[in-house]
Design a protein around this ligand. Structure first.
Ligand SMILES: [Zn+2]
Ligand SMILES: [Zn+2]
Length: 739
């Protein structure tokens, strides 16, 4: 009997076809295997049912690293005469479901070993890759995933690589049918361009190491774009880097050569180790706490270190020689990632000693992803390289193809059809014109790559959002409807989407989002059933001055709230502005409340980067917990004036501000738990979803989670979808799917 087997899942770009070939030939079977859109089709000739079963069991059991099988279907096939087993070139038909496109995969252990093996012909080749590792999504131009459809097509294989590519006898056969295969003779080469001269190949890498060890700053072309690299123990270099980037204080991530090296600076649990070594090689936020410390200008007084392991051969080589290195995006803060060689070189960065790059084109720029473990689960903070274009699987199908635009901060869109939502990479804040352009470029590339035609669009309800304006333009152009979705509802729905919920109590705590009454919401508790959200409770409104500046200037926000609490304030003009309603707005923002508390307790009064004040408040509370200090009890309330009044009173009595900070966290979580309990009494619903950027605060989220679980609630939080505004597009899609 002849069979056709259809394998769906992550099966392209991970060496699946050569794996099928090896499995079939090892079992002495005839037939063929091909990529078709995003799925793999296998035909087997003259096999018994028993052999078919063994073959399928083999597919599942021995599938290559980086692949995952969603489903395997078999049906009888027409007879074909071929003898032997063949990998045949790909069809490119379009499917009902999204085709799978592989994410970029960090360099595998076998390639790393070959790179370091003097006798190997790829010894010291920094762009080594194989059938189960290397760049993928960042270099794919169109489907199916074949060399000719990637930017590797510009590099003709040398005869030896050609041999590796077609060699099925090699016991490992890691390069049999590997689309990105290359070597020193035929692939991309390392080039170091300095003001004086240009170095190539091993000389380029050697000179780059020398510059870094002498405290220089280099630009480095990575998988997803240009990066800046320097020695984190060299204070002068770190300060210089901050100057180049215009990044005052925000901590930098560090590339380490090994887990052992990370342990000298931070604690690494087994789960964190697994994440660090995972195919995506994300930046993992770890608790600082090793024997050694970097220059204090690297992560200031942060209690976390963003650590990552090398995801390419070039990163591996640099960190192996130079030790830990700061690796950060190679652009001015707030601007999008640079990824085109000519554009990067046009920009002259004062203080850069050289640029280490190769000429392989990047088609999709991708930042490094950022994750952490919290409450025993993975929490995604930035969804980008290594994860995109992964898919979120839903229980129910979405009625029509959707495009959801996300929000303006941490912009990210999503496309949805069938039972899948695909969230785009992190694109930055849309207030920058350059970020708007890269958002548009990413969107049109994604639509083209998937051949996707949305039949409806959703965007944030905020009338001033740029993403909303883009949605309107697209709606006119394609003559499809636009639906506005409220920000905090979308936050909660992003959790519901991940956990397949259709009803829940929803808690959304963040900085800013447009609310149903036209005010700026940010401390919201809903009851959500299907696609309808009913606001049941919220942090009391308070009046602030100024638009975007209010999100930065915590001292000014503090004075606004002090004025409302009848306390004396430094700047009488603030009182006048509040009385006359000059450029004021009302908000229930939890984020601003954290800023105000940090300022009131004298911990931090200005956000030079997002959530700087809130992090200072969290750190103070954490310090109190760690040192076993008492919690200063504040009366449980949703009224910000009252919160401030009691906190200031305690401060003036000379209570340790860390105890007050801890008390504030306890008070806020008690209010949340109390409010959820009230809703449960009425709705008999045990589900609670927590979302929004404030839950990145580990003290707050653990207090809420543990407190709610103790009271018998089922508590859900975001895992693969970011809990911050990058996850909004997923929530928007899920709400529409429930309508
Ligand atoms: Zn490899
Ligand atoms: Zn070659």
């Amino acid at each position: 009997m002849d069979y056709e087997i259809t394998v769906k899942g992550l099966v392209q770009g991970v060496g699946f076809r050569p794996f099928v070939y090896r499995l079939a030939t090892s079992m002495g079977l005839s037939g063929d295997v091909r990529n078709s859109g995003g799925i793999v089709r296998i035909r087997l000739k003259d096999v018994s049912e028993d052999v078919l079963k063994r073959f399928i069991a083999g597919l599942r059991a021995e599938k290559p690293r980086g692949s995952s099988i969603a489903s395997i279907e078999t049906k009888p096939a027409e007879h074909n005469d071929a003898a032997g087993f063949f990998i045949i070139s790909s069809d490119s038909d379009r499917q009902e479901e999204f085709p799978e496109i592989p994410a970029d995969i960090g360099v595998c252990s076998r390639c790393r070993a070959e790179m370091k093996d003097l006798s190997n012909r790829r010894y010291g080749y920094p762009y080594i890759s194989c059938a189960s590792c290397g760049p993928r999504f960042s270099i794919i131009e169109r489907l199916p995933y074949d060399r000719d459809n990637t930017t590797m097509r510009e590099y003709d294989m040398c005869s030896q690589c050609e041999e590796d590519y077609s060699d099925e006898t090699n016991p490992y056969a890691t390069r049999h049918f590997a689309q990105t295969i290359s070597c020193m003779n035929c692939g991309p080469q390392a080039i170091l361009s300095t003001p004086e001269r240009e170095y190539r190949g091993n000389f380029a890498v050697g000179e780059a190491c020398r510059i870094l060890r002498n405290g220089g700053i280099l630009a480095l072309k990575g998988i997803g774009g240009y990066q800046f690299v320097c020695d984190p123990e060299d204070t002068y270099a770190v300060l210089k880097l901050r100057e180049i980037k215009g990044r005052e204080k925000k901590p930098f991530a560090i590339l380490f050569p090994s887990i052992a090296a990370i342990r000298r600076f931070a604690k690494v649990s087994s789960e964190e180790e697994r994440l660090l070594k995972s195919d995506a090689r994300p930046v993992v936020l770890l608790d600082a706490g090793g024997k050694e410390r970097f220059s204090r200008f690297v992560c200031a007084d942060s209690r976390s270190i963003g650590a990552m392991l090398p995801h390419t051969g070039i990163h591996e080589m640099l960190t192996a020689v130079c030790g830990p290195l700061i690796v950060t995006s190679g652009n001015i803060s707030g601007e999008p990632l640079s990824y085109k060689d000519d554009e990067f070189f046009r920009h002259e960065y004062e203080g850069l000693e050289g640029t280490l790059y190769n000429t392989r084109k990047i088609l999709t720029p991708l930042d490094d992803s950022v994750v952490r473990i919290l409450g025993g689960r993975v929490r995604t903070i930035r969804y980008a390289r290594g994860y995109v274009p992964g898919r979120l699987a839903l229980d129910r199908p979405i009625k029509k193809p959707l495009l959801t635009m996300g929000g303006d901060l941490k912009a990210s869109f999503a496309i949805s059809k069938g039972k899948n939502i695909i969230l785009s990479q992190y694109l930055g804040d849309l207030e920058s014109y350059a970020v708007q352009e890269s958002y548009k470029a990413a969107l049109s590339r994604t639509l083209e790559l998937y051949g996707f035609r949305p039949e409806a669009i959703a965007c944030d309800k905020h009338p001033g959002y740029i993403s909303g304006r883009l949605a309107d333009e697209l709606s006119k152009k394609h003559r499809i409807p636009v639906v506005g979705i409220y920000h905090h509802h979308a936050h909660v729905a992003s959790v519901m989407a991940e956990h397949g919920l259709t009803h829940t109590i929803g808690v959304a705590m963040d900085g800013t989002g447009y609310g149903r009454d036209g005010r700026i919401w940010g401390g919201e508790i809903f009851y959500i059933s299907g696609s309808a959200a009913d606001r049941r409770d919220h942090i009391g409104y308070f009046k602030l001055i100024g638009g975007d500046e209010a999100a930065k200037d915590a001292k000014k926000d503090l004075q606004c709230l002090m004025y409302a609490a009848d306390m004396d304030i430094e700047n009488p003009l603030i009182g006048v502005a509040l009385d006359e309603d000059i450029n004021t707005f009302e908000t229930s923002s939890a984020g601003r409340l954290f800023d105000i508390m940090a300022a009131a307790l004298g911990l931090r009064s200005y956000n030079t980067y997002e959530a700087e004040c809130a992090i200072a408040l969290e750190n103070a509370a954490y310090d109190a917990l760690r040192k076993g200090l008492t919690t200063y009890a504040l009366p449980v309330t949703s009224d910000p004036v009252e919160m401030l009044y009691y906190a200031v009173k305690a401060r003036d009595k000379g209570i340790d501000v860390r105890e007050i900070a801890l008390g504030f966290h306890r008070m806020l979580s008690s209010w949340i738990i109390r409010s959820c309990s009230k809703i449960r009494e009425e709705k008999s619903d045990n589900n609670v979803c927590l979302s929004g950027g404030c839950f990145a605060n580990r003290v707050l989220s653990e207090m809420c989670r543990v407190g709610l679980v103790t009271k018998g609630f089922h508590v859900y939080m975001n895992e693969n979808v970011p809990m911050n505004d990058q996850g909004i597009a997923v929530g928007q899609a899920y709400i529409l799917s429930l309508q």
